[in-house]
Design a protein around this ligand. Sequence first.
Ligand code: FMN
Length: 323
Amino acid sequence: MEIKKLRLGELLLPSNVLMAPLAGYTCYPFRMLAQELGAGLCFTEMVSANGLKFKDRATRRLLFTTEDEKIRAVQLLGGDPAVMERMAGSGLLEDADIIDINMGCPVPNVFKSGEGSALMLDQKRASAIIRGCRKSGKIITVKCRTGIREDEMFAAEFARMCEASGADMITIHGRSRSMMYDGAPAYREIEQAKAAVGIPVIANGGIFSVEDADKMMERTGADGVMIARYGLEHPFIFSELTKKPCKKTAYEILAGQMDLCCRYYDETFTLSYMKKLSAYMMKKRKGTKRYKERLYQSGSPEELLEVIGLIFGADTGHPGAEC
Ligand SMILES: Cc1cc2nc3c(=O)[nH]c(=O)nc-3n(C[C@H](O)[C@H](O)[C@H](O)COP(=O)(O)O)c2cc1C
């Protein structure tokens, strides 16, 4: 795919390969990693506007960042235009350059509360949320799906509404809510949405290789791609696509994540996140299954790093372990 910088208001994103928001994963350390490897933009995981409103500590922790993160994008989840507007403009989000609005989450509890993908069924409310968040003066982006049901997709119409309401960019996960996370992306829906609006359109869904990214760009004519699960499995994909040099091995990457976690987070978070990320990264590595139990049983960062060394340290010649 053609790699280019992407302009968003006054910001110039270093590449058009974006890392998706992923609940439980896209914490500050992972965002720093993806950016180091070439991702043009990374988002926090979805942050509940109600959680922020009620001063929930765990929700507030999701906003953690430092001055080292140059472009900061927070994804907000919520269905009440007044609450979304208030939180977008609040001091809690003063560090954010970009607010991404979640209009794609398919989870039943979220959907039933009128949040996430439910907003695709209520375009008036979705529009009011975008207009309200815009008052914060920040760059506003939207992440949505192609629709609710597989046989009734309307990404182009929804993209038009987002643009008319003031969104600066839209990311389309090329699957309907009913498809959850499976099935081939609906390229044509994304292509039609791209043709319908003037703002950048980012294509997401089912990108698990360089070839998949090329195919997504060819079929949709989108301005860039967003990678989700494969970014966890093989973070080197950002470097492979953007050609940003990276000499680190998988082990060095995980050791770096551990460092950042220990510096900024507590041990409970560190162990949980590092185990989940390591498990993702070892998915396609042969002969590593036997370490899985030890990985999950590790009770301290030192012990965990030792197991990570056994899993990833010995195979630096593995394709993809270096780039
Ligand atoms: C574990 C997990 C957590 C996710 N969390 C979020 C989230 O917080 N916000 C969001 O907009 N999408 C979220 N998604 C959806 C992804 O951002 C992405 O749209 C989806 O996984 C499709 O891309 P992929 O096929 O490349 O994985 C999540 C997906 C997974 C698997």
